[in-house]
Design a protein around this ligand. Structure first.
Ligand SMILES: [Zn+2]
Ligand SMILES: [Zn+2]
Length: 216
């Protein structure tokens, strides 16, 4: 994500050499890499990114399982804001099944806020001045229930998804409880392959908010 001055990488969940390829090796302008939590779909490439000279910003709980060289570790914590270039970033706690998981509320020098939140059952936090939202919209309740009842999804996995990931309903409730008058774009992240319906999610969110929405 960039405000035109500073580019921040959100997560590093592929092998670093793969990420570099996908960016056509244009990684020189990355001012820092944020990790929400330690799960490998978010953190797999972080150690190698650090070894090639990038600072990693994450909680202590996340760094505990990653082999990031110490001088590249920027330990951040919920409620303690920090800066990367022109961005002021406030981490907040997310509700997941691992230690030290965070979401990031980022504000640029114009006061425009960007919300990055994934892998969380819900949030109690309210966010001001939202201009762009990139948030997990993982599953639809009824599809998840049907998949458990049909045996397509083991019940224990289904219950974990319910606790640790955000449903369409919870996402819409979250949107409703924030002031979206300045928001111009919603990006849906971390969508389940089996428990979601991309077209329905986009349609319902656009109907409820009037804001252009797309799935990453
Ligand atoms: Zn996770
Ligand atoms: Zn994840």
């Amino acid at each position: 994500v960039s405000d035109g001055y500073a580019t921040v990488m959100l997560e590093c969940g592929l092998p670093w050499r793969k990420i570099r390829e996908l960016l056509n090796f244009n990684t020189y302008n990355i001012a820092g890499i944020l990790l929400t939590h330690r799960h490998m779909d978010h953190a797999k490439g972080a150690a190698d990114a650090a070894k090639s000279g990038h600072d990693i910003y994450a909680s202590k709980g996340t760094f505990d399982v990653l082999k990031v060289p110490e001088h590249r570790m920027k330990i951040v914590a919920a409620g303690c804001q920090f800066e990367i270039g022109t961005w002021t970033i406030l981490p907040f706690e997310t509700i997941h099944d691992t230690e030290g998981s965070l979401g990031f509320y980022m504000v640029n020098t114009l006061g425009e806020a960007f919300l990055f939140m994934t892998d969380t059952g819900f949030t109690k936090v309210r966010f001001a001045n939202l201009h762009v939202i990139a948030c997990e919209c993982n599953f639809i309740d009824q599809i998840l229930t049907d998949n458990i009842l049909s045996g397509a999804l083991p019940a224990v996995v289904g219950h974990r998804v319910r606790r640790a990931h955000m449903s369409l309903k919870v996402f819409i409730d979250m949107l409703r409880s924030n002031d979206l008058s300045k928001c111009s774009a919603i990006h849906l992240l971390h969508m389940s392959s089996g428990n979601a319906d991309e077209a329905r999610m986009i349609r319902e969110i656009q109907e409820q908010t009037g804001i252009p929405t797309r799935a990453a």
